[in-house]
Ligand binder design. Structure first.
Ligand code: XLS
Ligand code: NI
Ligand code: NI
Length: 441
């Protein structure tokens, strides 16, 4: 059975191509800074948005035409979905995919039955992964969809729910080990609160940390060596999410002695919901050595929620790939398209168009970012701006050779002269690079 009829593997055809099912910028084997593009980008398809979701929203019914979900029910649909999934992954030439437990198999009447369903699909994945060479970037447990998680999972007020959540993560880690997953993700969908009037925040945070420690212990016990990731998000579904942004997640990790064991999975749309730019979150993580992986998508300036659009913004992708390059890459993380086609883009082929433009956007960004680095455009500007720390009192500050007496002595009769930051000039140069690179300069 073929779900994407008459579609051949997507090829690189270059910028002049008019073929919507060809890459204009992504040339997987082409080397950028000594490494093939595919290794810098490590693309992954998100099972939930691409294979499972049906296009329903709070105002309307499903719109998506998804033959693999519609022609079957229960486990048969789950199997058809896996088949359609690998057909899509191979057509796109992505090296990875990612899923929540509930995306891949239906929940049973008890966890025992749910786990049996998962095992059946995992066995199919294992075969498909072996024959296609496609890997698992990460898996995770959905601990926000089912009503039992209404008060949270690892921060639930109900200890039975806490135990249930632990059992789900235990299974998730076993699946991760079985499939050789590169990472395991925690996004705390309902880990937060709506009102302090009924909330014991201190207990909830302590319990969350206990939960993560137990997860680490269990990973060690079974020999799962993948990277642990926390994915921050400031709001939605909870009014206050405990992992608001990279900085708050990092503070939590440090307080509870978890910082050596976790890195951060940064989602573009979550960054903007937190009032940050995507590059701010990447940069903050990078300079603190906790940049783990990326959920590649984009939000809508005019809408205040997590719209999870496919990334098409080259400006954003360029600044993001600038961080990834400076980080020396993302491995074992990658760029996971936590993105969904719009409700009106309901045909299966739209999934191909969407991933092609998403992959091309980041490939374009990668090319431009590398040119910026080669030409030391931003590096020189930054170096020049902080020049005062390379000698005199500045160098003493950096070397820890000052105290307030010495600084006061320097300041009392000083004649301070500031220099311009030339922000607009830099934005102009960035535009030049985005629209034609070096040749235009
Ligand atoms: C939701 C999150 C979710 C995580 C995985 O906003 O982005 O999809 O990536 O649970
Ligand atoms: Ni995400
Ligand atoms: Ni999201």
């Amino acid at each position: 059975m073929s779900y994407f009829t008459n579609v051949n593997p997507i090829q690189y055809e270059g910028i002049e191509s008019n073929n919507p099912l060809a890459f204009k910028f992504y040339n997987p084997e082409e080397k950028i800074a000594g490494k093939p593009m595919k290794e810098w980008l490590r693309f992954s398809v998100a099972y939930w948005h691409t294979l499972t979701m049906d296009g329903s929203d709070p105002f309307g019914n499903p719109t998506m035409n998804r033959p693999w979900n519609e022609q079957y029910t229960g486990m048969d649909a789950a199997k058809a979905r896996a088949e359609a999934g690998f057909e899509l992954f191979e057509t796109l030439g992505v090296p990875f995919f990612a899923f929540h437990d509930v995306d891949i198999a239906p929940e049973g009447s008890h966890l025992r039955e749910t786990n049996k369903n998962i095992d059946e699909i995992v066995a199919i994945f294992r075969e498909q992964m072996k024959s296609s060479g496609i890997g698992l970037l990460w898996n995770t447990a959905n601990m926000f969809g089912h009503p039992r998680f209404m008060h949270g999972a690892a921060t639930s007020s109900n200890a039975d729910v806490y135990a249930y959540a632990a059992a789900k993560v235990k299974k998730g880690l076993e699946v991760a080990k079985e499939l050789g997953s590169k990472n395991y993700v925690f996004w705390g969908g309902r880990e937060g609160y709506e009102t302090l009037l009924n909330t014991d925040m201190a207990l909830e945070l302590d319990n969350l940390a206990r939960f993560y420690h137990m997860a680490l212990d269990y990973a060690k016990e079974i020999g799962f060596e993948g990277q642990f990731l926390i994915e921050p998000k400031p709001k939605e579904p909870m009014k206050h999410q405990y992992d608001y942004d990279v900085a708050s997640a990092y503070a939590f990790l440090q307080k509870y002695d978890l910082a050596d064991h976790f890195k951060i999975n940064i989602e573009a749309n979550h960054a903007t919901l937190a009032g940050h730019t995507f590059e701010h979150e990447l940069h903050y993580a990078r300079v603190n050595h906790i940049l783990g992986s990326v959920d590649a998508n984009q939000g809508d300036m005019l809408l205040g929620w997590d719209t999870d659009e496919f990334p098409t913004d080259i400006y954003m992708a360029t600044l993001a790939m600038y961080e990834v390059l400076q980080n020396g890459g993302l491995a074992p993380g990658g760029l996971n398209f936590d993105a969904k086609v719009r409700r009106t883009s309901f045909e299966p082929i739209d999934l191909l168009y969407a991933h092609v433009v998403g992959m091309d956007t980041f490939a374009h960004g990668l090319r431009v970012a590398q040119q910026l680095i080669d030409d030391r455009v931003l590096e020189s500007a930054v170096k020049e701006r902080y020049h005062s720390y390379t000698g005199g009192i500045g160098l003493d500050i950096v070397n820890g050779k000052t105290d307030f007496h010495k600084l006061e002595a320097h300041a009392l009769d000083a004649n301070i002269i500031n220099k311009s930051g030339h922000q607009e000039r830099l934005r102009g140069v960035l535009n030049q690079y985005i629209h034609g690179g070096k040749s235009l300069r």
